[in-house]
Design a protein around this ligand. Structure first.
Ligand SMILES: [Zn+2]
Length: 269
């Protein structure tokens, strides 16, 4: 009996120690992401995923594709990928979600959403016991997490790529705006004056225009954070319509994100 107790005890000590070592190793790997992403070659299987499913990447010049790949590898290596209600996060999930983050921050070279360490993925929309509703995604700064439903993420990019509903861009835009407020290496990367200008336009659009005639979906007017995220969805999914409908707002967003999706089409030619 004593032998069994000792063996069970030893097993738990070894298990606990191994888990701790693994966690330390993983954390060290994340910290080393800048160096590792600069040294490691970009995997061909990742490139294949981008070539198959990510039009933004396909429109880039070869020089910018290389920059995109490096930034993507950095993002993948610096995050903790957490599956919920399934076993393993696939390379496809990591590459596509990271590509979404790189698309959003491509004009902001030093931004990797560093506060948000964990990317939690559910296979489908998930039930929140707090809100008593099903969710497609959310951002939780207190726990350093970005949460996404994989099914909704894929819907945004592959099933309905031009309807200006894209949960990946939406949630990552929330994370981006919050990251700007969090005191770390990535603090206050947005020009404050430009951001105020953006919010002032948003206020005017939501309070002066007829809600029926709003270019964005009405949910945008919930608050300034939702407006920003919905504007980002429109910016990337239907830039021409956005620019035609709200030229000054479109221009401010090109300056904030330091890129213009309308110029992309020409880049690869
Ligand atoms: Zn939102």
């Amino acid at each position: 009996m004593i032998t069994v107790i000792i063996l069970v005890g030893v097993f738990f000590i070894v298990y606990h120690y191994r888990t701790q070592v693994e966690q330390v190793y993983q954390a060290a790997g994340r910290v080393a992401a800048p160096v590792r992403s600069a040294l490691l070659p970009f995997p061909g299987s990742y490139r294949q995923i981008l070539n198959n499913y990510f039009p933004y990447y396909q429109k880039l010049s070869s020089e910018n594709r290389h920059r995109f790949e490096q930034k993507l590898l950095y993002f993948i290596l610096s995050k903790k990928w957490i599956p919920r209600q399934f076993d393993t996060v696939t390379d496809e999930m990591k590459v596509m979600i990271s590509a979404c983050a790189v698309q959003l921050t491509f004009g902001l070279p030093r931004i990797y959403l560093q506060h948000f360490i964990g990317i939690v993925i559910y296979p489908d929309n998930y039930y929140s016991s707090i809100t008593k509703r099903f969710h497609k995604g959310e951002v939780n700064p207190a726990y350093h997490l970005i949460v996404l439903s994989w099914k909704s993420f894929v819907d945004g990019y592959l099933v309905h790529p031009t309807d200006a509903i894209n949960v990946g861009l939406h949630e990552l835009a929330h994370a981006l705006r919050l990251e700007n407020l969090i005191r770390n290496d990535e603090y206050q990367f947005f020009d404050e004056e430009l951001l105020n200008k953006f919010d002032a336009y948003a206020y005017r659009i939501c309070h002066e225009a007829d809600p029926e005639l709003l270019f964005f979906r009405p949910y945008a007017c919930t608050n300034e954070h939702e407006f920003f995220s919905v504007a980002v969805e429109n910016f990337f999914e239907r830039p021409q319509e956005f620019k035609t409908a709200l030229p000054p707002l479109y221009e401010v967003l090109t300056k904030l994100l330091n890129q213009d999706p309308l110029l992309l089409t020409a880049e690869n030619n």
